[in-house]
Design a protein around this ligand. Sequence first.
Ligand SMILES: [Zn+2]
Length: 403
Amino acid sequence: MAPIRRLPYGPLARAEAQMPLTTEEIALDHGFPGTRRSVTVHRFGPAAASADRPKAYIQAALHADEIPGLLVAQHILARLRAADAEGRVRGDIILVPYANPIGLSQAVLGTAIGRFALSNGVNFNRDFPDLAAPVADRVMDRLGQDAGTNVALVRQAAREAIAAWETATEADSLRKILLGLAIDADVVLDLHCDSEALLHAYTGTESWPDASDLVAELGCRAVFLALESGGNPFDESCSGLWWRLRNRLTTGRPGGAPPLPAACLAATIELRGRRDVDDAQAAADADALIRFLTRRGLLAGEVAAPPAPACQATPLAGVDRVRAPVAGVVLYTVALGDTVAVGQTVAEVVDPVTGIRHPARARTPGIVWARAEQRYTAAGAIITSIAGDRPLAEEGSGLLTAR
Ligand SMILES: [Zn+2]
């Protein structure tokens, strides 16, 4: 077991963390009397915000009832500890093995409720702040023609903007902690899972094809691209800052924006379905992520070229969310991984009053990558998702309904 140091959160912690590995507990604010929740943070590398080293941030189970990531995180932790003992950590790596202590405590009558805050129904992976405006205010007159200097200025401004965020709820306190740890990273990986699903990922349109080796290493069967998915999930708050900021700075500037790359590759990785909790599979997923981190210079070592991709990227707006035509019993007529045609029946919903079977049909051709695990559905609920390659919806229009 590695030594555990408990450090205050903030610049002091980073300055003091001149040791290969530290583990700290960061307390959430605004809890109920007599309760105290915290997140555990594992840091590898000497400083979390140094300019000349790549930084990666990984968290698991922001939706606290999505269990596969909790197990994968433990396998990653073991591999990082081994790499650290061998002196192979080359960048700064932060691992948050459980990102949502609020959700992890929401066990209700034998059922875990980890996606929404029971206090107000808000989805834990929504409503992260859009930092483009406060960061633009801070850097507007300071950016020059050197992209590297601009990136450093933006990261510093983003850290300041988050530090200035005065939260009022425990959930926002959690969002502030997580975003504060991740916002200046080159790579942000948010480990989730779906209901029943193939391994898939979400990332920014500007992060593609940069993220293609990540997707190929994992063997993702679908990857969805968007600039604005709507709802501002965690990954988009990190990566979207860069293109939102560039848009802001371009507007009203005759010469255009100063050079500002999309300096954060953020991805939400959906580790299959809720029941896909398997030790060997989790170890293989962790190995894939370690190979990716090695290729990106976070860890020393040789790594082979990634395997051929198992899918093509498609627009998030092209996802066909097939909804139940009536309430009733769901009988799927397609399996995960099936390729369907337009108009094909993907499920029948049996009305338990009349016995009539109502077909739910595909609106787009593509691969079936997710199904609802519940076999009883409400009318209008999403029961199947298909990866289409042509947009069916507008960017920014609540594309993450099922996420
Ligand atoms: Zn999730």
